[in-house]
Design a binder for this molecule. Structure first.
Ligand code: FPP
Length: 261
């Protein structure tokens, strides 16, 4: 929200050859940026290491993405950490991720306090292991009044399940006579999604080159600009983030209409 230009310049000092902060229009930073963090496993495998080490390295990239988003004045950063389909992974990997979520949140809470960042979760977090759930609740409680930026982490999230959940909630209201079928419009569904309080993402970044949505924010991404990079998530830096924003700013967003002259 509030941007500290001096801190931003310091954050982006010593640019590489192909990108610098001067190429970015700071008045047109996307308000909501969303990231599908992909490629942790491949990153680790390429180094002959366990997949878990890729996830640990991925945490560092996420930390930098949070700080960078605050510096740039992004209102909402969201990221896909664990899908409803990810339960199918080997038990050890799932356990590691659940442990990592809890451990990282505890470790990074001071950053949220320092940067005035509010935490939010997208997904069914009540079904997570108790320890992880308890830590998530603590994070929610401790950051609920912060307003510099919202960091929304999708955990145990699936977009189709989210839409079904919203439809079911609305159906219950209709059955109870509190909502008429005519009132059941796009807004009525949007208000019942996990993202009800957030603007739709303007930019979606996906790392590691996959051209899929993977059941992520299907409703919310209707008009979002996509940016896919081959960079694997643990290698994704603040400069890659800037490259994504530069690409976004180079596009004409039409929302189904024509480009304004
Ligand atoms: C995708 O890589 C990444 C995940 C499924 C987990 C995302 C988790 C993190 C970035 C770290 C944890 C975050 C927090 C908030 C503590 P992949 O395993 O699908 O990689 P692959 O496609 O190369 O196998």
């Amino acid at each position: 929200m509030q941007r500290d230009e001096q801190k931003l310049r310091e954050h982006y000092s010593q640019p590489p050859e192909d990108i610098s902060l001067d190429e970015i229009d700071l008045d047109r930073i996307p308000k909501h940026i969303s990231i599908i963090m992909d490629g942790n496993g491949r990153w680790a495998q390429a180094r002959g290491r366990a997949r878990s080490e890729g996830h640990v390295a991925g945490v560092e990239s996420l930390r930098e993405a949070v700080t960078t988003s605050v510096r740039l004045g992004v209102d909402v950063l969201s990221a896909y950490a664990f899908s409803t389909e990810n339960w199918r992974r080997p038990k050890e990997e799932v356990n590691l991720l659940m442990h990592l979520f809890a451990k990282t949140l505890i470790k990074e809470l001071p950053l949220f306090h320092q940067e005035n960042v509010r935490l939010q979760f997208l997904g069914d977090i009540e079904s997570l292991p108790k320890k992880t759930y308890d830590v998530f609740c603590r994070g929610l409680e401790e950051t609920k009044d912060y307003d510099e930026m919202t960091f929304a982490l999708a955990v145990n999230y699936g977009s189709r399940a989210e839409i079904v959940r919203a439809a079911r909630m609305a159906a219950i209201e209709v059955a109870a006579g509190r909502l008429s079928p005519e009132q059941l419009d796009e807004d009525a569904i949007a208000r019942r999604l996990y993202t009800s309080n957030l603007p739709d993402p303007e930019l979606l970044i996906r790392t590691s080159g996959e051209l899929r949505l993977s059941n992520y924010l299907l409703w919310q991404l209707a008009y979002t600009e996509f940016y896919v990079t081959d960079v694997l998530w643990p290698d994704f830096t603040k400069w890659d983030y800037l490259r994504a924003i530069r690409a976004f700013q180079g596009r004409a967003r039409r929302f189904g209409g024509v480009v304004k002259q």
